[in-house]
Design a protein around this ligand. Structure first.
Ligand code: GLA
Length: 381
């Protein structure tokens, strides 16, 4: 990928630049908990975005997206974001840095990536983090890593219409090879957990479906959670986020919130606890309990949070039938991948069975990605 980027950069701009990269992410457990101030448990993966960049001495940004074969230019003082959705991420990162007082000028760049799009592995966070990290480095802005992650998150909020939490950008910036990271999204305290489950491996099965309106459905989930938290707060002022609420407190407001908001909040309160349970189980190398919790998450995401779909429920059922330790829909949902914790000896038969039965039912094969937990944003030498 690096060679292809370099070749294109030279052809387009006649010079060389510096290389930066950042990663997509997986999440072991803790889904839709981040914007509720809860825990998440992600890690960066070996699939990401890579960009070559060189300052051009103007106030113009010239970006070539190699995978799409598309070129976009924008001025750093322009208010209107480019029409191409991929370019809005780069534009948004620049604007968010400027908003924070960062002094940046124009640059030329070519970027490419290998995070599968729409798979729930957060290709967009990888893109945002690559540019946030690179511009911080190139302009010597002194922005800390948390703020780099927030720059990516604000880009999603303000330029891409997704009111996401901080998990994806955090994982993309803070990722470390071989470790998952438990993050408390309220206090931003985090802890690396070396993850080398003996006798098990993590594999993603990508349904290769992405349902329409995923971002508006996502924002609607977030609203439901905020409604429920606001109702609980009337009785318990200490409840800043749903993460602070007990199940009994939710029950107290059952009659004043909608049935839908109640279901969403019930899922979140349970999911926050499941992350802690998984951490405890990991301390004991108890992977069967970890897996059990993953199935519980899937059930909650499918039946209470309603962000699964037929294809993902099917993959989850196949995992269960094959005796896979844990399986669940990963990321925002509405398509994308399941993440599966599989005993080594079950790996081959599981992949074979899932591929055959999924293909028979849906007419196309799922894609298989073995998880390699890797480093996040960095400069390449
Ligand atoms: C998307 C968002 C994250 C998080 C997950 C669900 O990936 O970007 O902030 O909410 O969905 O856990």
């Amino acid at each position: 990928m690096k060679a292809k980027i370099a070749e294109k950069f030279k052809t387009l701009f006649g010079t060389d630049g510096e290389f930066f990269t950042s990663a997509g992410r997986i999440n072991l457990i803790g889904e839709h908990t981040d914007y509720n101030g809860g825990y998440v448990f992600p890690g960066a993966v070996d699939k990401g975005i890579m960009a070559e960049i060189r300052l051009n001495g103007t106030d113009k940004v010239c970006v070539f997206a190699l995978d799409l074969d598309e070129y976009v230019e924008f001025g750093l003082n322009e208010e209107d974001a480019p029409a191409q959705s991929w370019a809005r991420y780069v534009f948004g990162v620049c604007r968010e840095i400027i908003k924070r007082g960062g002094k940046i000028s124009g640059f030329n760049t070519v970027f490419a990536g290998d995070v599968p799009l729409g798979a729930g592995m957060s290709s967009s966070a990888a893109l945002e983090s690559t540019f946030a990290f690179a511009l911080n480095y190139l302009f010597n802005l002194g922005i800390d890593k948390f703020e780099l992650a927030r720059i990516g998150q604000s880009t999603e909020h303000n330029y891409c219409g997704v009111k996401c939490g901080i998990m994806d950008q955090f994982a993309s910036v803070f990722g470390k090879a071989g470790s998952l990271i438990r993050l408390d999204c309220k206090t931003m305290e985090y802890k690396y957990y070396p993850f080398h489950p003996k006798g098990y491996r993590l594999v993603l099965l990508d349904s290769v479906v992405k349902h329409e309106l995923a971002s508006s459905a996502y924002n609607k989930r977030r609203e439901s959670c905020e409604n429920a938290a606001a109702a609980i707060r009337k009785n318990h002022p200490e409840v800043e986020f749903l993460r602070d609420a007990k199940k009994e407190w939710l029950d107290e407001v059952k009659s004043v919130i909608s049935a839908e908001d109640y279901m969403r909040a019930e899922y979140v309160i349970e999911e926050v606890q499941r992350v802690l349970d998984v951490c405890d189980a990991l301390e004991r190398d108890d992977y069967e309990t970890v897996g059990q919790k993953m199935y519980e998450t899937h059930h909650g995401m499918s039946k209470l949070y309603e962000v699964s779909c037929e294809e993902l429920d099917f993959l989850n059922d196949v995992a269960r039938e094959c005796g896979v330790a844990g399986s669940r829909v990963m990321g925002g949902g509405f398509g994308g991948c399941t993440i599966n914790l599989v005993k080594d000896e079950l790996y081959e038969p599981f992949i074979a069975k899932a591929t055959a039965s999924f293909t028979e039912k849906f007419g196309h094969a799922p894609k298989v990605y073995d998880v390699v937990i890797s480093d996040g944003a960095r400069k390449l030498e």
